[in-house]
Ligand binder design. Structure first.
Ligand code: HEM
Length: 452
């Protein structure tokens, strides 16, 4: 890879007064303590198991959503102006405003906000998401092409299905024999499947590579405070580049063009597959708590030729629903590159626009399905018609990996469900007929497994 660009060491733009409704200091403190601090404690770039266990115990997202809902009721639809640590922040509360900020990406709303660049450049200095200016478009395009964005079955679906089924069946077999499945059991198989799908079978056992990435992601959690770990980053990127160079045509990395910087996109893929793993096990927990939905999912899993690639629409809808209820990107950020006008008010360049996804996905903008498990909304057009539901973001910055994620996750779930029943044995769990818990700790999930 070419020399590493340092995205930015300059300080972020500072707050300027706007004509937006200003959040009073007491309310700003409440947002800080009920939303921002818990999100930081849980780890925005790499979740921390102990903090996640605490967050699930106190149902931290319930407080955070209630705080945002209360601000919306008292101040109106916003955006609302905040100035934490001297930074100009506009809190977006209205689905149409959210849609605008996503639609008008990357200009005038760049996804490469200063905070995101500081965090992600710890391990993906060339990633499209944090690239600003003219270099963004070609990097974004490389991702869209290699991941075959918006195509439910990637050209590599047969190879992906085969690898995923092999790993998932091995995990399911051990779980059936022992009668139990934990996050750790699942995660070991998950990461083997990810390394095989992204980099090829030769990388199946290279846990050292993904462990190195995990350590750099932990550093990303502290992006404001910690210096860059340049040596560790160079080491990781060099090792990854070797793997990418050796990746065959039957792998996602093998679909990248043969340019010097293409490999610079792969750190994001490996990073983001972690969220997909969490979403997969959370979906299993939702199904375990909702027997009627589980029966429908199992019927789908057992239909057709399980060894061949399948679209598995119902299982995909269940994964999307898990991501609505527990979004893995809880805060969507954009930074304005020029002054923008909102409801007649000009907001200066350098303002961070922040949208808290759990509020949009669960509170009033979500409509009647708020806290319910209702995968049907992803099949009957309701979710598509609602601009508030953005688990994979939206507009020109939308996740180009969505279909590959849904293919991987639904294939995993089908293999786990075939001929087996699951019950959640750990503390916080979804139960049919009750509101789905606001926060779930995927590290702490445990299941009883029975074959039939
Ligand atoms: C559950 C799994 C995933 C979810 C929920 C998810 C969601 C998202 C979201 C919300 C964004 C926009 C972030 C922002 O605006 O700050 C994004 C960007 C992105 N995602 Fe995903 N993602 C997932 C997995 C993946 C995977 C596995 C890949 C690759 C194999 C991937 C590739 C990307 C890329 C390359 C971008 C940056 C796009 C750009 O620069 O415009 N994602 N994803």
């Amino acid at each position: 890879m070419s020399t590493i660009e340092e995205p930015d060491s300059a300080p972020p733009p500072t707050a300027a007064r706007t004509g937006l409704p200003r959040v009073r200091p007491g309310d700003q403190t409440r947002l800080l303590t009920r939303l921002l601090l818990p999100a930081f404690a849980e780890g925005l770039i790499r979740r921390r198991p102990r903090a996640m266990a605490w967050a699930a115990r106190v149902q931290a997202d319930s407080d955070a959503v209630a705080t945002v809902r209360d601000l919306r009721e008292r101040y109106g639809p916003g955006p609302l102006q905040l100035s934490p640590a001297g930074r100009s922040v506009a809190l977006v509360l209205d689905p149409d405003d959210l849609a605008r900020m996503l639609r008008e990406t990357p200009e005038p709303f760049t996804p490469g906000a200063w905070e995101k660049r500081r965090a992600l450049d710890q391990f993906q200095p060339h990633g499209s998401l944090i690239t600003r200016g003219p270099r963004r478009e070609p990097r974004r395009r490389i991702n869209e092409l290699a991941l075959e964005m918006d195509r439910p079955l990637h050209d590599l679906a047969p190879a992906i299905t085969e690898r995923v089924r092999a790993e998932a069946s091995a995990v399911a077999g051990v779980a059936t024999a022992s009668g139990a499945l934990s996050w750790d059991d699942f995660a070991a198989g998950w990461w083997r499947s990810v390394r095989r799908v992204v980099l090829g079978d030769a990388a199946a056992d290279d846990a050292g590579l993904t462990d190195r990435l995990a350590r750099l992601r932990s550093a990303g959690n502290w992006s404001f405070l910690l210096p860059r770990r340049r040596r560790a980053r160079e080491d990781f990127l060099a090792r990854l580049e070797e793997r990418v160079r050796a990746a065959g045509d039957d792998t996602l990395a093998g679909r990248l063009p043969d340019t010097e910087e293409a490999a610079g996109q792969v750190p994001h893929w490996l990073f983001a597959y972690d969220a997909a793993g969490a979403a997969t096990l959370r979906t299993l927990a939702l199904l375990a708590g909702h027997p009627e939905h589980a029966a429908r999912a199992r019927t789908e899993a057992e239909e057709g030729d399980p060894a061949g690639p399948r679209t598995l629409p119902y299982l995909r809808a269940c994964v999307l629903e898990a991501l609505r209820l527990w979004p893995t990107t809880p805060v969507l950020l954009r930074e304005s590159t020029e002054p923008t006008t909102w409801h007649g008010t000009v907001i200066p360049a350098g303002t961070v626009f922040a949208a808290f996804a759990p509020y949009f996905h669960r509170a009033d903008p979500a409509g009647s399905y708020g806290d319910a498990f209702e995968p049907e909304i992803w099949l009957d057009g309701r979710a598509e018609r609602n601009p508030a539901l953005v688990p994979f973001s939206g507009g020109p910055g939308k996740c180009p990996g969505e279909d590959v994620v849904l293919l991987t996750a639904s294939t995993w779930l089908a293999a786990l469900l075939e001929g087996r029943e699951y019950a959640v044995t750990s503390g916080v769990r979804p139960v049919a007929g009750e509101p789905v818990p606001a926060t779930i700790d995927h590290f702490g999930l445990g299941f009883a497994v029975a074959a039939d």
